[in-house]
Design a protein around this ligand. Structure first.
Ligand code: SF4
Length: 440
């Protein structure tokens, strides 16, 4: 009988993409996805290392999985960034039988088949270029999302920016861009097979092509937008250091590119940005927003912010608050700083108590919440293009999705609306969600 597996994914969309590769490779090698995840013979945890909490959470889940059901026969595989960071330690502490880094995701099925024959705990975390090549096989193109109208398309792997707080360059390695020809062919095939929405994915998509002398990101984006059949193109994540005016023009010139732009600011203080090694100033960040504002008539901008970075003074925190009030982000993902072992900021002396960090975060969140609400209220009475993603959990007669500016929206509808482009008239805001009715 075929062994069954389940995959649990933590962290960012890069991991979601890697989990797809893992699933594809498992099925190709004769494993079956467990109908009931609790009964799976093989539990694969595709992990995140960005925050200490993320690692603690996955370790707790693994110990629970070992304690229930078919625990004795159950194989535990730890994949992803935590696997890359802790490596051998996870085998020594008997957390897992197999540890694989992000670059081996497309090979896990093969690795497991071998493992089952040889029964020896193993570690697969190298980041050599030859490991990377397997991601470029045509099989990758056959793999589809759970939502069949949408596809995550990884365009780069790794990152060489070395932001002081970030573990990614140490666990995902250097920047590697997929060849543009291959990417565009892939997206063309997806569009031909009915996909209407794609999200181009990379740690810093704006650096696309720089490592390989390939076309720059804005050209890749423009070529993607010209593929017939695509109704919505998203991209993430952008870096203010590399986000250029050409990209803004490409967005404006192509109505099928989402107007929800995510541009992590991290801090509103130049001194803190420098300490974070972000390589831009607040003036530069503001100038990008001004250009977006001048060029694109209707857009939304979201960001990431960190409070309490080592050495952040009250004045510097206030500069972040002021920047948030000035820009008026539609949405912000806000965190208080937590040191990650292995990053440069880990050795920086922490000067702010946890209590103070939490207070700053709290203040920032409450300022941003008001702004987000203000921005949502402005959408009331507008007609918005929406691709519904799921039937609402609370009511079987409503569906939820995102507008073209990436605002969350709920409207009356049913399963037939899922994955289709719909025009919705916004009637009200409840909490942080728009509500409306379907027009077309
Ligand atoms: S750009 Fe900075 S924050 Fe983003 S992945 Fe690279 S090092 Fe990390």
């Amino acid at each position: 009988m075929n062994r069954t597996f389940r995959i649990e994914t933590f962290g960012c969309q890069m991991n979601v993409g890697d989990s797809e590769l893992i699933r594809l490779s498992m099925v190709k090698n004769g494993f079956m996805e467990a109908a009931n995840p609790g009964d799976a013979d093989i539990c694969i945890y595709n992990t995140c290392s960005v925050r200490d909490n993320a690692e603690k959470r996955v370790l707790a889940k693994i110990s629970t999985a070992k304690g229930i059901g078919v625990a004795k026969k159950r194989l535990i595989v730890v994949a992803g960034c935590m696997a890359q960071r802790l490596g051998e330690e996870l085998l020594k502490k008997k957390v897992a039988s197999i540890v694989i880094g992000p670059y081996q995701s497309p090979r896990l099925g093969e690795i497991l088949s071998e493992f089952i024959k040889n029964k020896k705990n193993r570690l697969f975390i190298s980041q050599e270029n030859e490991n990377f090549a397997e991601r470029l096989t045509p099989e990758l193109l056959e793999n589809r999302d759970v939502e069949p109208w949408h596809k995550w398309v990884t365009i780069t792997h790794g990152c060489e920016n070395f932001c002081a707080y970030c573990i990614v360059p140490y666990v995902r390695g250097k920047l590697i861009s997929f060849p543009s020809e291959r990417i565009l062919k892939f997206i063309q095939e997806l569009a031909d097979s009915g996909v209407i929405e794609v999200t181009l994915l990379g740690q810093n998509v704006n650096q696309y092509g720089q490592d390989a002398g390939d076309i720059p990101f804005h050209k890749l984006l423009a070529k993607t937008a010209s593929i017939k059949g695509l109704k919505k193109i998203n991209f993430m994540t952008s870096h203010p250091m590399d986000f250029n005016e050409e990209t803004i023009h490409v967005i404006n010139d192509n109505p099928n590119i989402s107007r929800g732009i995510h541009l992590p600011m991290q801090s509103g203080s130049d001194r803190i940005l420098k300490a974070m090694n972000r390589k831009y100033t607040t003036a530069h960040y503001f100038s990008i927003i001004e250009k977006i504002d001048k060029i694109i008539p209707d857009y939304a901008v979201s960001t990431d912010l960190i409070t309490g970075f080592p050495g952040e003074t009250t004045e510097e925190f206030n500069e972040t608050l002021e920047a948030v009030k000035r820009i008026k982000f539609d949405e912000a993902f806000m965190f208080s700083y937590s040191p990650r072992m292995g990053t440069p900021s880990y050795s920086m002396k922490e000067t702010i108590s946890e209590k103070e960090k939490a207070a700053r975060l709290h203040e920032l969140i409450s300022v941003q919440r008001e702004i987000s609400l203000e921005k949502l209220i402005k959408r009331v009475n507008n007609r918005e293009i929406v691709i519904a993603e799921k039937v609402s959990k609370k009511s079987g007669t409503e569906v939820a999705g995102k507008t073209f500016l990436n605002h969350p929206v709920v409207f009356s509808g049913d399963i037939n609306d899922i994955g289709r482009e719909t025009i919705v008239e916004i009637s009200e805001v409840r909490g942080s969600t728009l509500f409306g009715r379907k027009i077309i």
